[in-house]
Design a protein. Structure first.
Length: 199
C-alpha cells in the first residue's frame, strides 16, 4: 500500500482537499482527530498529561481544557516539549495502527492529513507528500473571514507555521487553491492523477 502525507499552509484548503479525496473513495486519516482521541476522557494519554500539568488543565466535564493547556505550553518551551513527548508517540502509534488496518483491508493507497507534518519532520514517513497552497493575500483574507481577525493577526498566524515555500519545495505534488471550489476540485484531480502516475 502506498502512503501519502497531506499538508499545507493555514487557510489553504487542506481539509477541503481531504474531503474531495474521501469522495473519490480514498481513505484519509485526520491527524487532528487522532490528537484529540489520544487525550480523550479516561485515556492513558489524558492521565499522563494531567500527571505532568496538573488539574488546572482539566475541564469540569473531565475532558482536556485545550485552551488552558495551550496558554500554558505557548509560554513555556519546556512544557511544550514535555507535552509533545507524551502525545506524539501515542499519535504516531494510532496512525500506524490505522495504516496497518487500511493495508489489511486491501487499500491501494492511504492518506494522512496533518497541519504540521513538515514542521515535525513526519512527512518523511510517507511515500509521497501532497501540499495544498495559496498565495499570501488569499491566506490572509480567508483567515480574516474565518476567524474574524484583523490582517496583522492573520499574518502572525501564517508566520507561526513553516514558510509555505518550504513545504512546496518538498512536495511530490502541489494543489494551488487561489480560486473557487470548482477550480480546487480540478486541481485536486490533476494532482492526484500525477501522484498516481508517479507511484
Amino acid at each position: 500500500m502506498r502512503t501519502i502525507g497531506l499538508t499545507g499552509g493555514i487557510a489553504c484548503g487542506k481539509s477541503t482537499v481531504a474531503a474531495l479525496l474521501r469522495e473519490r473513495g480514498v481513505p484519509v486519516l485526520d491527524a487532528d482527530q487522532v490528537a484529540r482521541a489520544v487525550v480523550a476522557p479516561g485515556s492513558p494519554g489524558l492521565a499522563a498529561v494531567l500527571a505532568r500539568f496538573g488539574p488546572a488543565i482539566q475541564a469540569a466535564d473531565g475532558s482536556l481544557d485545550r485552551k488552558a493547556l495551550g496558554t500554558l505550553v505557548f509560554q513555556d518551551e519546556g512544557a511544550r516539549r514535555d507535552l509533545e513527548g507524551i502525545t506524539h508517540p501515542l499519535i504516531f502509534a494510532a496512525m500506524q495502527a490505522w495504516l496497518a488496518e487500511q493495508a489489511d483491508q486491501g487499500a491501494p493507497v492511504a492518506v494522512v492529513e496533518a497541519a504540521l507534518m513538515v514542521e515535525t519532520g513526519s512527512h518523511r514517513r510517507y511515500d509521497a507528500l501532497l501540499v495544498v497552497a495559496a498565495s499570501p493575500p488569499v491566506q490572509e483574507a480567508r483567515l480574516m473571514a474565518r476567524e474574524g481577525m484583523d490582517a496583522a493577526t492573520a499574518r502572525r498566524w501564517i508566520a507561526s507555521q513553516a514558510p509555505l515555500a518550504d513545504k512546496v519545495a518538498l512536495a511530490d505534488a502541489v494543489i494551488w487553491n487561489d480560486g473557487d471550489t470548482a477550480a480546487l476540485r480540478a486541481a485536486t484531480e490533476a494532482a492526484w492523477q500525477a501522484l498516481s502516475r508517479s507511484g
